[in-house]
Design a protein around this ligand. Structure first.
Ligand SMILES: NC(=O)c1ccc[n+]([C@@H]2O[C@H](COP(=O)([O-])OP(=O)(O)OC[C@H]3O[C@@H](n4cnc5c(N)ncnc54)[C@H](O)[C@@H]3O)[C@@H](O)[C@H]2O)c1
Ligand SMILES: [Zn+2]
Length: 665
């Protein structure tokens, strides 16, 4: 490949990654790898100015607009930031500034680089009017309704606000929410989100803003744009934002020299690990707005600001071998054993490689020097290979054909990335995994039996499947290793108590593949008892919200199996709940599939009562007027929501009485 071909290939590849990252919010390579490619492109372009192209991804803000929201032109362009990775880079930047400004004194403001999605929010006369994503910097997606759900964004400003201006800020997702979402996705057999940043950005592009409101998003302002704004410095602007009612983090600092900037950088390089949200660096800005104006912009970033990127939390180490683990559903997970290496403050010896496709894509080989990174998951992952130092004679990794535990031939279903051991009733790690899942807190909550005891009970031949827990006798347990009278009695008691767990927990506990907590809840609400669920057709299953074909097939498969049916009959005989509890039962399905919103002053019921009624009758509450809204119940003095509903035209407007009639027939 000659240089021109290489440049073109890189441009095409990087554009595709930009699309995956900014539009789909689903990157297929790590930022580390992405940055390597972009760096290579920039270098080649600099060395070969002949091939310059304004449309090269090196010359543009990476984002794009989607087709799902109205496209809005930015009145003032939204830029990206230039990156620096070392003290020398920062010193070079300072020199460039000095060259342009002469010997004027320069102050800097250091802010954290909040790792989320950028947003531009337009305020007019103190009221939030419109919110738009960065998009390609010239135009973005209009997502005002989603932004309105974020608590820390004022809908009305306090104090002395400029008449019209744009607040520029970053929308982030708290790390603990991010982890919860991924846990839930894992439980539901869904692909995990790659990182908090793409999750925040993806959350902003959800179609249903009640879902957005559940994500606990936050907004951190960092700039105001407009004409004749009453601020002289960046620092003033941050203070000003605070006074107007924005939530400005108090982590920023005004610095009078580059030395102070470097102190700030060093401090946060370690301290950031204690923040509840993610930062990937520091943003350093020239404080004076007059100086900012004089410095101006490059093709994609201000010259008056610089991002300093913390070292990616990646390390290079040797791949020693691959182990294969068998999960409770029979899924086989390859795990890499690594030469121990320090990464983000911990010693890493193992990394996940997920599945065969990823092994193939990375082309990792035993003996390779690999890059490991910490992402959103607990266990780090391998993100690339340093092929420059690959030893000759290494072999591609052959994925195992048989179960490492029971020797059964593995299967891989069409369209799935994971291999499975189909021997679900005879494969030890699967059986023990199922027992552990069954007793876990979110399932049957049999807290006196831990994972180890479950394994012990299995090995002693006392519990071969989850129904056997209910036939355990104290005399059987007592002879077990380290089992005292009291703990044996505790086991008997908590097994007995577990019979009170509601149907949704039982359904989750029996461990149907892809049926996580949320799916179990939805199924219970819809089918109400196990017999109706067992008799459900594919069509009925996929008609339940959020149940896709993959889950439906898995449910059908589960109930086709004689062993599973026998197990359920035994559990039923022992008195477990296979029917929805009275308190959880919907009153009717009169509002099934319909969405509701209440506005104005209500006189017949409170808003909370009304929303409960909607849910109890199978409907869904949403929080803003949009095309997705079916019914708006307007009380007295209904205002802008009513007007908007009338504009949309498809929303049915009801009085309180009409709403009650709808429920009571
Ligand atoms: N893995 C992939 O496939 C892939 C693809 C594209 C981009 N990326 C990654 O995305 C990054 C580049 O994205 P980018 O162009 O959005 O640049 P960026 O995120 O590195 O920096 C610019 C953004 O920083 C934000 N920001 C946060 N705090 C700020 C503050 N205090 N002041 C000002 N701005 C602040 C702003 O929203 C601004 O738009 C790189 O890290 C790259 O690796 C990855
Ligand atoms: Zn097996």
């Amino acid at each position: 490949m000659n240089i021109q071909e290489r440049i073109l290939a890189l441009r095409e590849e990087i554009s595709q990654h930009n699309y995956n990252y900014y539009v789909l919010d689903n990157p297929s390579i790590s930022d580390f790898e992405f940055d390597l490619k972009l760096k290579e492109l920039i270098k080649l372009e600099q060395e070969n100015p002949l091939f310059f192209d304004v449309n090269s991804p090196s010359q543009r803000v990476g984002g794009m607009i989607t087709k799902n929201f109205p496209t809005i032109q930015h009145e003032f362009r939204m830029y990206s930031l230039d990156n620096s990775y070392s003290v020398e880079d920062l010193q070079d930047w300072e020199k460039r500034i000095e060259k342009q400004l002469g010997d004027e004194k320069v102050e800097f403001v250091c802010e954290l680089k909040y790792d989320g999605a950028s947003i531009s929010i337009y305020y007019e006369n103190g009221e939030l009017k419109q919110a738009v994503t960065r998009g390609d910097g010239y135009q973005g997606d209009e997502i005002t309704n989603n932004i309105r759900t974020i608590q820390s964004i004022p809908l009305k400003l306090k104090g002395n606000f400029p008449e019209r201006f744009y607040m520029r800020g970053e929308i982030t997702i708290p790390l603990d929410t991010f982890k919860l979402i991924n846990e839930e996705r894992a439980n539901n057999g869904l692909e995990l989100y790659a990182n908090p940043r793409n999750t925040a950005s993806g959350s902003l592009k959800l179609q249903d803003n009640t879902e957005v409101s559940k994500r606990g998003l936050q907004c951190f302002p960092y700039y105001f744009v407009g004409n004749n704004l009453p601020y002289a410095t960046q620092w003033d602007m941050l203070q000003g934002a605070n006074e107007l009612g924005f939530k400005v983090p108090n982590t920023s600092k005004l610095c009078s020299s580059l030395e102070e900037v470097l102190e700030f950088v060093n401090y946060w390089d370690t301290e950031r690990k204690n923040l509840p949200y993610e930062t990937d660096g520091i943003v350093i800005k020239v404080n004076s707005l007059a100086q900012q104006e004089e410095l101006g912009y490059t093709a994609k970033a201000p010259r008056w600001a610089m991002a300093y990127k913390f070292k990616a939390e990646a390390a290079e180490t040797e791949l020693l071998s691959i182990d294969y683990q068998v999960g409770r559903t029979g899924a086989i997970t390859p795990v890499a054993n690594l030469a121990p290496v320090s990464l983000a403050g911990t010693i890493v010896k193992r990394a996940s490689v997920h599945n065969e496709d990823i092994i193939k894509k990375l082309d990792i080989r035993i003996g390779d020097k690999v890059y490991v990174e910490k992402g959103g998951e607990i266990i780090p992952k391998i993100v690339g290979v340093n092929t420059d130092v690959r030893e000759p004679g290494t072999q591609e990794i052959e994925f195992i054909k048989e179960c490492p535990s029971c020797g059964t031939e593995l299967i891989r279903k069409e369209g799935e990335a994971q291999h499975y051991c189909p021997n679900d009733t005879g494969c030890e790690p699967q059986i023990i995994g199922k027992l552990e899942h069954f007793i876990s807190r979110k399932a049957m909550n049999i807290d006196s039996i831990g994972g180890e005891t479950a394994a012990l009970l299995f090995q002693a031949g006392l519990v071969n499947n989850v129904a056997d827990f209910y036939t355990l006798q104290k005399e059987d347990i007592l002879p077990l290793d380290r089992m005292a009278e009291k703990s044996a009695q505790n086991i008997i008691n908590s097994v007995e108590k577990s019979k009170e767990q509601p149907f949704e927990k039982v359904l989750y506990a029996i461990g149907i593949r892809h049926v996580g907590e949320t799916v179990a809840k939805k199924l219970v609400k819809h089918f109400q008892n196990i017999d109706r669920l067992m008799a459900a057709t594919m069509e009925e299953l996929v008609s339940v919200g959020d149940i896709g074909e993959k889950i439906a097939i898995s449910i059908k498969d589960y109930f086709k199996d004689e062993d599973n049916l026998a197990l359920i009959e035994r559990l039923r005989a022992y008195g477990l709940n296979f029917e929805i509890g009275e308190e959880a039962k919907p009153l009717s399905d009169a509002l099934e599939g319909k969405t509701f919103l209440f506005t104005g002053t209500l006189t017949k019921f409170t808003r909370t009562e009304a929303q409960k009624m909607v849910e109890a009758n199978g409907g869904k509450n949403i929080s803003a007027v949009s095309k997705n809204l079916n019914y708006l119940i307007a009380g007295e003095k209904a205002g802008s929501k009513l007007k908007k509903a009338e504009e949309i035209g498809t929303v049915v407007v009801l009085t309180e009485d009409e709403f009650l009639t709808m429920i009571n027939g």
